[in-house]
Design a binder for this molecule. Structure first.
Ligand SMILES: C[S@@+](CC[C@H](N)C(=O)[O-])C[C@H]1O[C@@H](n2cnc3c(N)ncnc32)[C@H](O)[C@@H]1O
Length: 206
């Protein structure tokens, strides 16, 4: 939790309380339905919560923004972002129903009324969103194919509407397959911990 306070010092008491509750909630639910690897529970704040919040260092979602989290698994990056941006609306989807049930339980326990969790494949969604966020689902080229139909045209942020995808490693090849306005943000520019040395946010405007 100190890590969250270190990089997000302006949280409200309510936000701090919600982030604080996450460890116990994930310990409880992950013991019943495996949504994150067992050893990662010990590094929940760094490897899951802070990593998810890396997207917030790239873009602050304004009030009323609608955001889709594709392949949310146990709720990442959607749940931490929904705590940080309570006035934005988050739709968290995954093709596996038991993961979505965990996400719904956690969102309910945290009283996140800006989160809707749904079992559905991304390819089948027909709603529109300003931004799609995601982590560790598939290669970016097929991913763009799944969600480009879901990005709305109205833009009211400093970045054009599109995808913000959390990735690691060398993305040069993937970037060459994308439109030229796509870019990479290095999370090591925002967070000094070793874990973030290779972590990036890939931004694809659509
Ligand atoms: C490796 S997990 C990552 C979960 C989470 N984003 C995280 O980073 O902890 C990938 C997730 O994507 C989901 N998934 C894969 N293909 C999908 C699709 N076409 N539509 C929706 N969810 C999908 C899987 O069910 C799985 O829960």
């Amino acid at each position: 939790m100190e890590l969250i306070n270190k990089y997000f010092p302006d949280l409200t008491a309510d936000q701090r309380d919600k982030f604080g509750q996450m460890e116990e909630l994930y310990q409880f639910w992950n013991a019943r339905v495996n949504v994150i690897s067992r050893q990662d529970i010990d590094t929940l704040y760094e490897r899951h919560i802070l990593h998810s919040l890396g997207i917030a260092k790239v873009l602050e979602f304004k009030s009323g923004t609608s955001i889709l989290d594709v392949g949310t698994g146990g709720g990442f990056p959607g749940i931490p972002l929904a705590i940080l941006f309570p006035k934005a609306q988050f739709h968290l989807v995954d093709s596996i129903g038991k993961k979505i049930r965990v996400v719904q339980e956690i969102a309910d326990a945290l009283k996140l009324d800006n989160v809707k969790a749904e079992q559905i494949r991304a390819e089948k969604l027909d709603d529109s969103y300003e931004f799609v966020v995601s982590r560790a689902v598939t290669r970016i080229t097929p991913f763009v194919g799944w969600v480009k139909k879901n990005i709305s045209k109205n833009s009211f942020h400093s970045l054009r509407n599109g995808i913000l995808y959390l990735k690691g490693g060398d993305l040069t090849e993937e970037l060459s397959e994308l439109n030229q306005k796509s870019r990479i943000y290095e999370l090591s520019d925002f967070f000094e911990e070793e874990f973030f040395q290779t972590k990036k946010v890939l931004y694809v405007p659509l």
